[in-house]
Write a protein that binds this ligand. Structure first.
Ligand SMILES: NC(=O)c1ccc[n+]([C@@H]2O[C@H](COP(=O)([O-])OP(=O)(O)OC[C@H]3O[C@@H](n4cnc5c(N)ncnc54)[C@H](O)[C@@H]3O)[C@@H](O)[C@H]2O)c1
Length: 316
């Protein structure tokens, strides 16, 4: 039986602990299990985060193992080696697939029936690996995908246009990584096509601005890692947003990574596109319109991921 008040976080490094901290403040759950191979780390984070609960809402927070997480509504997986300066997310793949072999089968064997939210990188490849290893229904395994990249895009466009980023409707889709793409053709602010809104705000050099903003979004993680060795606050807020969408059955549209089953002619790879997310995880993919060049870029991105999956050294 799923306990709708319980969440578990596997991996208590920068991303796991920041996500746990954000979830503690969310009020969504009354129990949180923290799991890490470094048990002392999980215990330390549990104690530290629990000390904030008198300023938020009451919550039981403790270090545990996979048996404790068996009835959780959501397990967030952030375990893995992190990206090093200069290392691409795809370089991490074999290292983290092996780590997943030590995690996902334990989740499966515990009888877990909730939603598995994958955050570790390369997130699209690990989401695909988790679908294969977990035996869970495909729609119950979600990767955080380009939710963070899209937030970065909204934030940058909000600043560029002098408007609340929440009113910017623009998605990054594809791989969470080097082959991702910003979908400019359908971007808008309050229903006004982006180009028209830009002109309204005195910006006319669209192509240059789009190129610069998309590059900044794509390189954001590298820029942050160069300066502070890890990124974690933006992804922690993305995890909180996703958990809210699931637990409140919001059916909101978020660009998560999930298995493609023929959308845009793409199959057998997990990749991000806008998706209706609710209590059952993936409710429905939303095939937003893409122009010819965007469609070609999405296909290139899917192919790049498929090539990485084909090159994984261990059997999934
Ligand atoms: N999807 C995104 O948008 C996004 C954003 C930022 C970081 N990340 C990814 O999140 C992951 C974690 O990053 P970080 O900065 O927190 O790294 P980190 O090194 O600080 O933490 C990783 C944690 O995983 C634990 N771990 C390792 N193997 C484990 C296992 N088998 N079982 C349980 N725990 C295990 C480690 O002990 C450590 O505490 C990385 O893969 C990183 O690239 C993803």
């Amino acid at each position: 039986m799923v306990n709708n008040r319980k969440v578990a976080v596997v991996g208590c490094g920068f991303v796991g602990s920041s996500s746990a901290f954000a979830l503690m403040q969310s009020g969504l759950f009354s129990e949180m299990v923290l799991i890490d191979v470094d048990r002392a780390r999980a215990e330390g984070e549990a104690l530290d985060i629990a000390h904030g609960t008198p300023f938020a809402t009451p919550m039981k927070i403790y270090a545990g193992d996979y048996a404790d997480a068996a009835d959780a509504a959501i397990i967030v997986v952030t375990a893995g080696a992190a990206q090093k300066p200069g290392e691409t997310r795809l370089d991490l793949v074999n290292k983290n697939v092996r780590i997943f072999q030590g995690i996902i089968p334990q989740i499966r064997d515990s009888g877990f029936e909730g939603i598995l939210l994958i955050v570790s990188n390369p997130v699209d490849v690990l989401t695909y690996a988790a679908i294969k290893m977990s035996g869970l229904p495909e729609g119950h395994v979600i990767g955080s995908g380009t939710v963070l990249d899209s937030a970065r895009l909204q934030e940058a466009l909000g600043a560029h246009l002098g408007v609340d980023p929440r009113d910017v409707e623009a998605y990054v889709i594809g791989e969470h990584g080097d082959s991702e793409l910003a979908v400019w053709s359908s971007a808008d602010v309050a229903g006004v096509p982006l180009k028209d809104f830009c002109e309204m705000r005195g910006h006319f050099d669209h192509e240059e601005a789009e190129r610069r903003i998309a590059e900044d979004v794509k390189n954001a993680a590298y820029e942050i890692i160069d300066r502070k060795h890890a990124t974690y606050y933006g992804i922690a807020m993305s995890v909180k947003r996703l958990c809210t969408a699931i637990m409140r059955d919001e059916k909101c549209i978020l660009p998560i990574s999930a298995l493609m089953v023929g959308e845009y002619g793409i199959s057998d790879v997990a990749i991000s596109m806008p998706t209706i997310v609710g209590r059952d995880g993936v409710e429905c993919r939303v095939p937003i319109s893409l122009d010819e060049e965007e469609l070609a870029e999405l296909h290139r991105s899917a192919k790049a991921l498929r090539d990485v999956i084909d090159g994984i050294e261990v059997e999934l």
